[in-house]
Design a protein around this ligand. Structure first.
Ligand SMILES: [Mn+2]
Length: 313
């Protein structure tokens, strides 16, 4: 961290990158860091670049910069483990590259790296960075809002594993800076009418079998509610955690295949997902069917997994 601070001091121009399809944590870390550097060193030029996100647009606006800005500039990439996923590939044009991330490392890019998977969000790393050097760094309300939003979104509002005493201490520090908790919650809780209507569809049309619950997202449903495939897929959590149904799935129809998001809070399901052209984590995997005609076989395989799990309990 000291070496990163030294690098920041060394450069007059600092350009902060995040990942493709940025989320609240990516924005929070990018704009939080920008605020810290700008407030502490007003003579420096600091830019935030990369893809935009409407969801967390209230945090700040991306800068449009030309290639020559990278000359003698320091690139800092936050919240990104895979080099391919860095948004705005020009980061490489920076004179030096710093990586700050909380994911399990995939690509060891960067001249200087601070990677710590014990942090539940990258924004918390930036908040901690400020806290560590608070005698020489400044952070204003805008930066505190960014960092708080990043922490809140990546921890599922302080619910996920990794949330610690430090998380709450740093969140408290940000509230002390003037963060309005309710304002941020309101911003993050905004939903379109289409999404609410689609939730209604999911709640009225899920199918239950023996210990397994699923929802089909056919093309006509996705079109009817005018949502993106990604938004439709995000509905998988709605049918999770239901008593008696330790495994659940959301199935999206594509022209040549059915893509499944398979979830569990009981048996491990990644081996099953392997059988259907997928895989992932023990309790969260992806899988594929060639068409709906394969669904009965898939359901039977899931039921077998659930049955074995219940027998072993
Ligand atoms: Mn993150």
């Amino acid at each position: 961290m000291q070496r990163i601070l030294n690098k920041i001091k060394e450069y007059d121009c600092i350009i902060i990158h995040g990942h493709k399809r940025p989320d609240g944590d990516c924005y929070g870390a990018q704009f939080g860091l920008k605020n810290i550097i700008e407030s502490s060193f007003p003579e420096k030029n600091v830019y935030v670049v990369g893809e935009k996100s409407d969801f967390v647009d209230f945090i700040g606006k991306m800068n449009n910069i030309t290639d020559d800005a990278y000359e003698n500039a320091l690139s800092i990439v936050v919240d990104t483990a895979v080099q391919d996923r860095i948004s705005d590939p020009r980061y490489i044009k920076g004179k030096e590259v710093v990586k700050i991330d909380h994911h399990i490392p995939v690509d060891d890019y960067g001249d200087l790296r601070w990677v710590d998977t014990s942090f539940p969000s990258c924004a918390q790393m930036i908040a901690y960075f400020y806290y560590k050097f608070k005698n020489e760094l400044k952070l204003t309300l805008d930066g505190a809002i960014a960092l708080y939003t990043g922490i809140v979104t990546d921890t599922g509002r302080f619910r996920f594993r990794g949330v610690s005493k430090l998380t709450h201490q740093l969140a408290g520090m940000l509230i002390e800076k003037g963060v309005d908790v309710e304002y941020i919650d309101n911003k993050l809780s905004q939903e379109s009418l289409d999404m609410i209507a689609l939730k209604g569809y999911v709640y009225s049309n899920f199918v239950t079998t023996d210990g397994f619950i699923y929802i089909k997202m056919t093309r006509d449903v996705i079109e009817k509610y005018s949502v993106t495939d990604e938004q439709a897929a995000s509905m998988v959590g709605l049918i999770g955690g239901i008593q008696g149904y330790p495994v659940w799935a959301l199935m999206i129809e594509y022209p040549n295949e059915i893509r499944i998001r398979l979830r569990s809070n009981g048996p491990t399901i990644d081996k099953l997902a392997n059988l259907y052209g997928g895989g992932g984590h023990a309790k969260a995997s992806g899988a594929k069917l060639e068409g709906w005609e394969q669904l009965p076989a898939f359901i039977k395989d899931v039921e077998d997994v659930v049955r074995k799990y219940k027998e072993e309990l």
